[in-house]
Write a protein that binds this ligand. Structure first.
Ligand SMILES: *Cc1c(COP(=O)(O)O)cnc(C)c1O
Length: 439
């Protein structure tokens, strides 16, 4: 980054520090990953200079012949990889992609039905304060007492509320999703089924999670999670979707532009095309299988060490841990783990009595560490470190009274950041991560 160094040493130095941080830590936020150098080269290319409002061969600006080829290539690769007849690659990220589907298919006030945020749904699936609940009527389903999808309850709610779109696909659900069951419910109530596979797209193309394509009408996904591409998104319409409404592709294209966006980010489109090429390789299949093997190994090691895994384990890339049994609040554990060099996120657990900023659990996953080449042996080490770090703050439950909590949290943060045991763990973690290069 010679030019950056010369022009803006401040930003160059901060990027350098972030690069070092990403190398030193165990990156275990399940929605993060390390994208390849090839993807980053496309992302940092001259394509960022171009305006291309419109679609291939239907642009509002001149000079787009090459951009047309790039966007067409991205589309063709996505269609082939996911087995769908139509894709839009222009949504700037996952949330705008979901909003575009609603904007294209619904009128304001129409009903959408998604999993509640506190049970593992995404903000855009109808959560309070979001576009998806302020402009549409949001009805939310919850998980059953076993912390799994309760299709009987979902069917009853759908019959009662008659949503126009049912959303499935989640952000914090560690189990396999039965897309066929969702498809049947949507068909029975005449709803569109939208499968948001943001978290599991890489597992689906790698063959370790069933695909929603024969059951859903519309499929959305981010490109930067298990799919390991740049930040971005795909909106796909399936054969089933086109059968139900042949206008779906046109409605979605129009929702993106002029509905919600102007020019696409062509550098991002090219980087998505590169990631899709990588994801179609046999090496990627091996990678996807290893993600799940690692998650299962980690789940079993952590269970053995007394952690309470929501739903009892995992079928995919992520684990949701209820820390009430360890007598630690999720935000306290997440900070202690960060000081120890293990980066996870605090997360609500199903039926959580605590608020989202101080939830009872943490969420962690294996996509990024698996990209670095870690396997079951390393998962065992990681589980030992996680146990030591969480035990170090055991007893740190936070009061439910907001004022008392804020004072206590402030003092606790200072102590945790200076905790010798946690800082020593971070040096042990670093000694290991140094053996696993990032791309
Ligand atoms: C991450 C995620 C999104 C949103 O992606 P952004 O790129 O952060 O806007 C949408 N839906 C689900 C299920 C996700 O996990």
């Amino acid at each position: 980054m010679k030019s950056l160094q010369a022009i803006d040493p401040e930003i160059a130095s901060l990027i350098g520090m972030e690069e070092q941080r990403q190398k030193d830590v165990l990156e275990m936020i399940p929605s993060e990953n390390y994208t390849s150098a090839a993807v980053m080269e496309a992302l940092g290319s001259v394509l960022t200079n171009k305006y291309s409002e419109g679609y291939p061969r239907k642009r509002y600006y001149q000079g787009n012949a090459i951009i047309d080829d790039i966007e067409t290539l991205a589309q063709e690769r996505a269609k082939k990889l996911f087995c769908v007849p139509y894709v839009n690659v222009q949504a700037l990220s996952g949330s705008p992609a979901n909003d575009a589907v609603y904007f294209g298919l619904l009128d304001p006030g129409d009903t959408i039905m998604g999993l509640a945020l506190s049970f593992g749904g995404h903000l855009t699936h109808g959560a309070r304060l979001t576009f998806s609940s302020r402009f549409y009527r949001s009805v939310q389903y919850e998980l059953g007492n076993d912390c799994r999808l309760d299709f009987d309850a979902i069917w009853k709610l759908a019959k009662k509320e008659k949503p126009k779109i049912i959303v499935c696909g989640f952000t914090a659900y560690p189990r396999r999703i039965d897309f066929a069951a969702f498809g049947k419910i949507a068909d029975e109530v005449g709803a569109y089924l939208m499968a948001d596979i943001s978290h599991i797209a890489g597992l689906i193309v790698g063959g370790v999670h069933p695909s929603p394509v024969s059951h859903a009408h519309v499929v959305t996904t981010t490109t930067h999670k298990t799919l390991r591409g740049p930040r971005g998104a795909l909106i796909m319409v399936t054969e089933k979707g086109i059968k139900k409404n042949p206008d779906l592709p046109a409605l979605i294209d129009k929702a993106i532009i002029p509905g919600l966006q102007g020019g696409p980010h062509d550098n991002q489109t090219a980087a998505i095309a590169v990631a899709l090429k990588e994801a179609s390789s046999s090496a990627f299949k091996t990678y996807a299988h290893q993600i799940v093997k690692n998650a299962k190994a980690l789940a079993s090691e952590l269970s053995d060490r007394g952690f309470d895994l929501v739903s009892g384990g995992t079928d995919n890339h992520l684990l949701l841990i209820d820390l009430r049994g360890k007598k630690v609040n999720g935000s306290v554990a997440a900070l202690a783990l960060e000081v120890a060099g293990i980066v996870v996120n605090k997360n609500t657990v199903p039926f959580d009595p605590m608020p989202p900023f101080f939830p009872s659990g943490i969420r962690l996953g294996t996509p990024a560490v698996t990209t670095r080449g870690m396997k079951e042996k390393e998962m065992k080490k990681i589980s030992i470190w996680i146990t030591s770090a969480v035990d170090e703050v055991s007893g740190a439950e936070l009061p439910r009274d907001p004022e008392k909590r804020s004072v206590m949290w402030k003092n606790m943060r200072k102590e945790i950041r200076a905790n010798k045991k946690l800082l020593t763990l971070a040096t042990e973690v670093r000694a290991m991560t140094n053996h696993f290069p990032t791309p």
